[in-house]
Design a protein around this ligand. Sequence first.
Ligand SMILES: Cc1cc2nc3c(=O)[nH]c(=O)nc-3n(C[C@H](O)[C@H](O)[C@H](O)COP(=O)(O)OP(=O)(O)OC[C@H]3O[C@@H](n4cnc5c(N)ncnc54)[C@H](O)[C@@H]3O)c2cc1C
Length: 312
Amino acid sequence: MTTLLVAAHDGAHLKDATLKALTAALAVGDDIHVLLAGDGVAGAAAEAARLPGVVRVLTAEAPQLAHELAEPLAALLVSLAPAYGVLLAPATSTFKNALPRAAALLDVMQLSDVTAVLAPDTFERPTYAGNAVVTVRSADPIRVVTVRTASFRPTPGAERAPAPIEAVAVPADPGLSAFVGEQFSEADRPELTSARVVVSGGRALGSEERFRELLLPLADRLGAAVGASRAAVDAGYAPNDWQVGQTGKAVSPDLYVAIGISGAIQHVAGMKDAKVIVAINKDPEAPIFQIADFGLVGDLNEIVPELTKALG
Ligand SMILES: Cc1cc2nc3c(=O)[nH]c(=O)nc-3n(C[C@H](O)[C@H](O)[C@H](O)COP(=O)(O)OP(=O)(O)OC[C@H]3O[C@@H](n4cnc5c(N)ncnc54)[C@H](O)[C@@H]3O)c2cc1C
C-alpha cells in the first residue's frame, strides 16, 4: 500500500513539520505520496517532489482550502483515502483538527500524536500526559495518523530527479465553515516549535513586566524562542501561544532553559525531548531537576541577569 503524507506548508515552501512527518512516513516503509492542499501551492509542491522516498506529489487547489479549514480538508482526505493504507500528517493544530474528522467519516480509528512507528500497522503514542506509552496495533484498512514532530528528526531534501506532480479533483465545499479573517502577532523571534533554543519562564517570574524584562534579553542573546508554563500564561505573564506542554506546544530544541518552572508532568510532556535541558529554580527539590542536564539552584532574579550579562 501507499502512504499519503499530508504536508504542512505556506504555499511557497514546506514547513519543518513536514520533513519530520516524512521521517515517520519513511519508517512505515511504503511508497509515499505527498498531498499539498491549499490555493497556490506550486513552490511547496516543487520542494516536496525532491524529498527522499516520495514517488508522487498531489496538489489540491481550491478557494475553500486556502485557509486550512478542517471541514473541506477532511472531505478532500476522505475522497483520496481509498487508494492509501496510511494517511499521515504532523500533529499541528490544523491537522489535529482535520484528520480526526476524516477518520470519523471513514469509520476508522484515529491514531494521534504518534511518537514511534514500529510497523506499518503498529505505533507508539503517549498517554496520561506522557507518563505512559501505549503500543497500538490498528486492524483498520486505512490508518489515520498524526505524528508528534518533536519525536522525529527532519529528513532533508535530496538531490534527485523530481517526482511527478499531479493535480487532483477537489470535492465540493461541505459548507460547514467559512473563513472570516485572521490576525497574526508580529514576531521577530524564531518560531517556538522549530527553534533550536527555547527560553521558558514560569509562575515565579511574578508579572508580565518581569517576564519580559528578565527573559527577553536572555532569549535575544541566545537567538531563542520564548516559551512559558501554563501557570505563567494563565496569570497573564505570557501570551497563550507561548505555552509549552500537554495543552500547549511540544518542542524539541537543542537547548531548553526552564526558568522558575517547577517541572509539572504536563509541562515536561511538551519539552522532555529537548537535547539539553537547563533549569534555574530556587528549590533544589523541584521536579524539573530530575530531567535537567544542568541545574542552577538559586534566585532567578539574580541568576538570569548575571547569565545574560555573561553572554553579552
Ligand atoms: C489537564 C492539565 C493540563 C496542563 N497543561 C499544561 C501545559 O501544557 N503546560 C504547563 O506548563 N502546565 C500545564 N498544566 C499545569 C501544570 O500542572 C502546572 O500547574 C504548571 O506547569 C506550573 O507552572 P509553573 O512551574 O510555572 O508554576 P509552579 O508550579 O508554581 O512553579 C514555580 C516554580 O518556581 C520556583 N521559584 C519560585 N520563586 C523563584 C525564584 N525567585 N527563583 C527561582 N525559582 C523560583 C519554585 O520553586 C517552583 O518550582 C496543566 C495542568 C492540567 C491539570
